[in-house]
Design a protein around this ligand. Structure first.
Ligand SMILES: C[S@@+](CC[C@H](N)C(=O)[O-])C[C@H]1O[C@@H](n2cnc3c(N)ncnc32)[C@H](O)[C@@H]1O
Length: 285
């Protein structure tokens, strides 16, 4: 698929100097941004996030460059590696999975490089929650179903039990809760939700490798999803999505198209023919 993509135009690059911290998107090389692709085409050294970045993407867009897997390397190793390459006049790209601003630990690398005199900047990418939402054929916000989205992670080494707010988000009722870094802890998370009084029938989807060729979706409820995930054997690389929006059903027509529907058209924001699905009340999906 990536072979068919046109070469990136150089004008999509701006004149920023230094090391870009680039989002690689969720996995599908087609979800790389045009700017990311142009930066990779120009790179001599790509420091990437290991197995979270699809090797198909690295093969397609980074084959010409030296590639370094950052997994298992600490800041004391990574920062001099990128600094020295930059100072030697090589073009360096730091490639994070999804979007670097979500559970990416990008800023600490950027601050360390900046303190060594190397400028840095962000280039956003498609975070895995958005790929998961597309896989589930739903919206993360859905009129009268979900007014808010929480990007969160379960308690563990980084987050103490007091800092884990998953139950609070889910109990709010109109929040779609997207749990990163939680595949290994689905049972503990669901047990905590049940202990905290969450409705056991609350819908949950676990999207493994969203947008990858081996993408998989497990659907269930707070009461039964853990068994299904354990049966599938997933311990990493999945997004756990909790809330009614997971089903794509039960929504009300949005205000945006309501006027058009009742007046028969002519409003400022009249949808075109492709938007007629948006005014159909309460999808049964
Ligand atoms: C260290 S975080 C990085 C998140 C990344 N920066 C992003 O924006 O998606 C890694 C976690 O992201 C989630 N993740 C990353 N890629 C994924 C994908 N393609 N499908 C599902 N979940 C994914 C998993 O929960 C995984 O444990």
């Amino acid at each position: 698929m990536s072979d068919a993509l046109p070469e990136p135009a150089t004008e999509v690059l701006d004149d920023r100097e230094g090391v870009p911290f680039v989002g690689a998107g969720p996995g599908d090389p087609g979800l790389l941004t045009v700017r990311a692709r142009a930066l990779l085409a120009d790179a001599d050294l790509v420091v990437h996030a290991g197995s979270l970045v699809n090797s198909e993407l690295l093969d397609a867009f980074c084959d010409h460059a030296e590639q370094v897997n950052s997994v298992g390397k600490d800041l004391e190793e990574l920062v001099p590696l990128m600094r020295d390459a930059h100072e030697a006049g090589r073009t360096v790209v730091r490639l994070h999975s999804g979007d670097p601003s979500i559970y990416g630990a990008a800023l600490e690398q950027m601050d360390a490089l900046e303190s060594e005199g190397v400028p840095t900047y962000f280039v956003p990418g498609v975070t895995s929650a958005f790929a998961a939402s597309a896989t589930l054929d739903t919206q993360l916000t859905l009129n009268e179903v979900a007014n808010h989205v929480a990007f969160t992670r379960p308690q563990g080494k980084t987050l103490s039990p007091e800092e884990d707010h998953i139950s609070e988000f889910v109990r709010m009722g109109d929040v779609t809760t997207c749990i990163y870094l939680g595949t290994h802890a689905v049972r503990e998370t669901m047990d905590r939700l049940l202990d905290d009084g969450v409705d056991p029938d609350t819908p949950v989807a676990v999207v493994y490798h969203a947008s990858w060729p081996d993408e998989d979706v497990i659907r269930g409820t707070v009461a039964d999803i853990a068994d299904a995930v354990e049966e599938a054997g997933y311990r990493a690389s999945a997004l756990v999505v909790i809330g009614e929006a997971v089903t794509g059903g039960g929504y009300e027509r949005s205000y945006l198209y309501g006027d058009w529907a009742s007046s028969g058209g002519g409003g400022e924001q009249e949808p075109d023919a492709d938007d007629t699905d948006a005014i159909t009340e309460g999808s049964t999906k």
